[in-house]
Design a protein around this ligand. Structure first.
Ligand SMILES: [Zn+2]
Length: 480
């Protein structure tokens, strides 16, 4: 029988507010020694009163708007009761029946197919402390306790590991564009749990799902889903039944492992948080927040296609990161004054510049090549002063030193050789040294000429004008 996978996701996102969710402790604990960002509130001492962090609520609402959610007029906080060592109060302040938002969606595209993954709700809660197990002992760090978390719950609309990966990627892109979270999964700023069940293709029933936790990277999410699909279909093929359990992902072994069996849903005995008032979200507040939203990646991508004639794929690469998008737009503006077109700029950024950034591990905000300097280089290439190949070499040098293209070209004598007389003797040498490709070309194998052009380019260290070289080669071999 053929099965299809039904996948839903819960994503916890740490919001980058200055202070914690309900107290004044600094929320950025990354570099802090354990238990230094703490106070009676986030340590859960008796008799203290929490205060709602307005910034966290605004970040939650802005994210909800970017996820196309409805924002109800009233929201409230609830206590979710469960005992765990990293939760000193014995309860977590979360949201139960009146979350800040619901009924949204995220647009994804996989293999050229666009679809929407519905977002059931996005609610605010507080993070727990962090346990570290050392031998027989467990150490607790409460720096993380009370950091604002936004839990984004999807409907089970994904059908493959690839779709889940696309959903997470889009989510992170939006969070980063809004500036509400780093979205770094490896650092725990974005954590995800996946629900996976299978059903026969064509059926509309929902099968028993398995929950997978401990997923520390996008890759792990994709692999865990693929592993579970294979595991569950093997069980179903043999006529077995899927048990409702919680699994963890064992990265090293590349498999899911049983964490606990879950006979029935845990009873958290939710009740309204008595220490916090309900939150009234006025329509004026919502429209004010909406007006503060930056242009989101999808809209930006569409604009890049419509205004600059970019291919959708390239536009998506540029629009995905707001710093890269800003760099691209600054270059386009500089290019307009000197007749360098946006498509050329896009090509150089998405190929050469991306490669240099990746190899050096630099971010675009730190680089020494200004958008105007990149355009200066493209000017030289476009007017034929240097070849495309030399241009790449010059860009690498600019990237290293911050020098301008013209200065590098002048200092290194990299100007293009387009003079046929100057190239003639080199072309003669290449023809003499490569009898086999030459005779292949004579026998009608046209691609052989490409090899010979490559040899001339090598001899001239990429400075020869390829069109002139090609014309010379063809003429000389034909004996003209
Ligand atoms: Zn505190």
């Amino acid at each position: 029988m053929e099965y299809e996978a039904i996948i839903g996701m819960e994503v916890h996102v740490q919001l980058r507010t200055a202070s914690k969710m309900f107290c004044g402790c600094a929320a950025d604990y990354a570099a802090a020694p354990p238990n230094t960002h703490v106070c009676p509130v986030c340590l859960g001492m008796p008799g203290v009163l929490p205060v709602i962090n307005r910034q966290a609520v605004e970040y939650a609402l802005m994210t909800a708007l970017a996820l196309n959610c409805e924002i109800p007029e009233y929201a409230k906080f609830d206590r979710k009761n469960y005992p765990y060592p990293d939760l000193v109060k014995g309860y977590q302040i979360s949201q139960y029946d009146l979350p800040f938002s619901r009924n949204g969606w995220v647009a994804i595209e996989v293999d050229g197919r666009a679809k929407r993954v519905r977002v059931r709700r996005a609610h605010l809660e507080e993070d727990t402390g962090k346990l570290t197990h050392v031998g027989d002992a467990s150490l607790i760090d409460f720096n993380r306790s009370g950091v604002p978390l936004l839990e984004i719950v999807s409907e089970p609309d994904m059908r493959s590991g690839l779709e889940a990966w696309a959903y997470l990627t889009k989510l992170r892109t939006i969070l980063r564009c809004l500036g509400v979270s780093t979205g770094n999964m490896e650092e725990g700023a974005m954590r995800c749990e996946v629900n996976i069940s299978l059903r026969p293709v064509g059926s509309t029933a929902l099968g028993t799902y398995v929950e997978v936790k401990n997923l520390n990277s996008f890759r792990a999410v994709r692999q865990a889903i693929e592993y579970e699909i294979a595991r569950q279909s093997t069980i179903l093929e043999r006529g077995g039944e899927i048990e409702k359990v919680t699994m963890g992902w064992d990265e090293a072994a590349g498999r899911t492992v049983l964490q606990r069996s879950k006979e029935e849903a845990q009873d958290y005995r939710y009740f309204p948080e008595p220490d916090l008032p309900p939150v009234f979200v006025s329509r004026e507040w919502v429209s004010e927040l909406r007006s503060r939203l930056p242009e989101l990646p999808d809209a930006k991508q569409e604009r890049f296609v419509a205004s600059f004639g970019l291919r959708a794929y390239d536009a998506a690469l540029l629009a995905e990161d707001r710093d890269i998008a800003a760099y691209f737009e600054a270059a386009v503006e500089a290019g307009q004054a000197v007749g360098v077109d946006a498509r050329g700029i896009s090509n150089w950024i998405t190929s050469e510049l991306f490669r240099l950034l990746k190899e050096s591990g630099t971010s675009i905000t730190e680089i020494k090549v200004s958008p105007a300097a990149l355009v200066g280089l493209l000017c030289l290439v476009n007017k034929g002063a240097i070849t495309q190949a030399t241009g790449k070499e010059v860009l690498a040098e600019m990237f290293q030193t911050g020098q301008l293209a013209e200065a590098i070209v002048a200092a290194k004598g990299l100007s293009q050789i387009a003079d046929a007389d100057e190239l003639s003797s080199i072309v003669d040498r290449v023809i003499a040294a490569n009898p086999k490709p030459v005779s292949e070309y004579r026998d009608g194998k046209d691609p052989a000429v490409r090899f010979l052009i490559g040899q001339v380019m090598r001899e001239t260290r990429g400075k020869a004008n390829p069109q002139v070289v090609e014309a010379l080669l063809r003429a000389k071999i034909r004996g003209e």
